[in-house]
Design a protein around this ligand. Structure first.
Ligand code: ZN
Length: 61
């Protein structure tokens, strides 16, 4: 998978990918699901800026 993301903070192309699960999972507001949706985020390896938050299960919302 090729990522062409660019850091919106410092302009670096040195971008990593992270996933938040567990307690940091995003929960649909006002809906009762047993678990939330994992959140993926892009991380700038140069300045540490986190951006491009997205969930892998947008249909839950
Ligand atoms: Zn950066």
């Amino acid at each position: 998978m090729v990522h062409t993301d660019k850091c919106p903070n410092c302009g670096s192309m040195n971008i990593g990918e992270g996933t938040w699960t567990g307690y940091a999972a995003l929960m649909p507001k006002g809906k009762k699901f047993s678990n939330g949706a994992p959140v993926e985020v892009s991380v700038c390896r140069d300045c540490g800026h986190l951006f491009c938050f997205r969930t892998t299960k947008p249909e839950k919302f």
